[in-house]
Design a protein around this ligand. Structure first.
Ligand SMILES: CC(=O)SCCNC(=O)CCNC(=O)[C@H](O)C(C)(C)COP(=O)(O)OP(=O)(O)OC[C@H]1O[C@@H](n2cnc3c(N)ncnc32)[C@H](O)[C@@H]1OP(=O)(O)O
Ligand SMILES: O=C([O-])CC(=O)C(=O)O
Length: 382
């Protein structure tokens, strides 16, 4: 048995997967062989979900059936809405509210009692989770603004319907397409921390709700999905300071601050998803407010050209430009990470389904470095 310790499991191969692959030196990402640029430009989020879950791109008829089946599952039980109301009243963070509400969905799942190895039931649960998560998140945001939740509109695609449930207005084509693209870009990314978390839970043959709930928890951290909100907060901080963005970043990095949205365990170059989101951010800025786009590009050029971070393999990741895109779509900043999670439910569930098809319990070892052979001392003698 190898005794070498790999901190953070960096580079450790833990599973085989046909779902997505990252070339960290070339800055390339594929889902089942299809380039992320092509999928983002051509496909819809539903098409990508079908691809991840079923293994091939759907025909028109397959996609129509799939989209209808997804839309049929969007409603959530009244008890879930009541819980959302009490979480909002307690000022719970949206990611924490999502974690609780996703977990609660299992209570009314018609397959709740299915056997652990019932693969059809697991697939149905996956579909329900992905379909219902946007409803949960939109309801959460509305009730905390003292607005009533809006029922899903089955005639709209998942992305447009989410924006509709959030704002009460059907989004225009640019907003719907931009948001759909963002969902595609966030759907899957190899064995990232939250996907691995979901797989560890799935490997015990626990059910899909447990796996996804754990995934939400893992994604919420600032080293992972939580960074997109942190990026927007940095942009606000810069805007409110008297400093030019380059001076601000110089000062921040000199003080040893890490800039969120930069750096990645796998990419040594700019994340291909960041390039696509940057282009969307630029387009939105050209037709609206360019403040945020200008600040992000100034940060990137300072860190790249003057600080030389890219030479050290530290470049913008997916979280760097998503914030300014969502901001321009009018989405509240603490919803950015939940939106990431809403998309990633597709990837988490696809990986759990794939892993459970040829399951082996995930259980690594830790090297014990505590004291050896201590004698127990009775409590009154300590
Ligand atoms: C969707 C996603 O999860 S993408 C990642 C989102 N997270 C962020 O954007 C948060 C900021 N980034 C980071 O904290 C890291 O880059 C991580 C967590 C993403 C990757 O971490 P790791 O692979 O463990 O790299 P690690 O933390 O060891 O950093 C390696 C080196 O790069 C430096 N570095 C990494 N990220 C940054 C950053 N954002 N700004 C400045 N320096 C950085 C570290 O200081 C370290 O330098 P050193 O070797 O001189 O000490
Ligand atoms: O792959 C990772 O480690 C993090 C990431 O970019 C993602 O999950 O999308």
């Amino acid at each position: 048995m190898a005794d070498e310790l790999t901190k953070g499991l960096e580079g450790v191969l833990a599973a085989e997967s046909e779902l997505s692959s990252i070339d960290g030196d070339a800055g390339r990402l594929i889902y089942r062989g299809y380039d992320i640029e092509d999928l983002a430009a051509e496909a819809s989020f539903e098409e990508v979900l079908f691809l991840l879950w079923r293994g091939h791109l759907p025909t028109r008829a397959e996609l129509d059936d799939f989209t209808d089946a997804m839309a049929d599952e969007r409603a959530v039980d009244d008890a879930v809405v009541e819980t959302i109301r009490s979480l909002a009243a307690a000022d719970e963070a949206p990611m924490a509210a999502m974690r609780t509400a996703v977990s609660m969905l299992s209570a009314t799942d018609t397959d709740a009692d299915a056997a652990a190895d019932d693969r059809d039931a697991a697939r149905r649960k996956a579909r329900r989770i992905v379909a219902k998560t946007p409803t949960i998140l939109a309801a959460y945001d509305r009730v905390r603004r003292d607005e009533e939740p809006i029922d899903p509109d089955p005639t709209l695609g998942l992305a447009a319907n989410f924006l509709y449930m959030l704002t009460g207005e059907e989004p225009d084509a640019v907003a719907a397409e931009t948001f759909d693209q963002a969902l595609i870009l966030h759907a899957d990314h190899g064995l990232n921390a939250s996907t691995f978390t979901a797989m560890v839970v799935g490997s015990t043959m626990a059910d899909m709700y447990s796996a996804v709930t754990a995934g939400v928890g893992a994604l919420s951290g600032p080293l992972h999905g939580g960074a997109n909100q942190d990026v927007m907060e940095v942009l606000f901080e810069i805007e409110e300071s008297d400093l030019d963005p380059r001076e601000w970043v110089e000062q921040a990095t000199d003080e040893g601050r890490r800039i969120p949205g930069f750096g990645h365990r796998v990419y040594n170059v700019k994340d291909p998803r960041a390039k696509i989101l940057q282009a969307r951010s630029e387009e939105l800025a050209a037709n609206g407010d360019d403040t945020w786009y200008e600040i992000t590009t100034a940060i990137e050029s300072y860190l790249t050209d003057e600080k030389g971070l890219v030479e050290k393999g530290i470049a913008p990741n997916v979280d760097f430009y998503s914030g300014s895109v969502y901001y321009q779509l009018g989405i509240p900043i603490d919803m950015y990470t939940p939106i990431f999670a809403m998309s990633r439910t597709g990837g988490w569930t696809a990986h759990v389904l794939e892993y459970q098809a040829d399951n082996r319990l995930i259980r690594p070892r830790g090297r014990y470095i505590g004291p050896d052979a201590r004698e127990y001392v009775a409590i009154d003698e300590r």
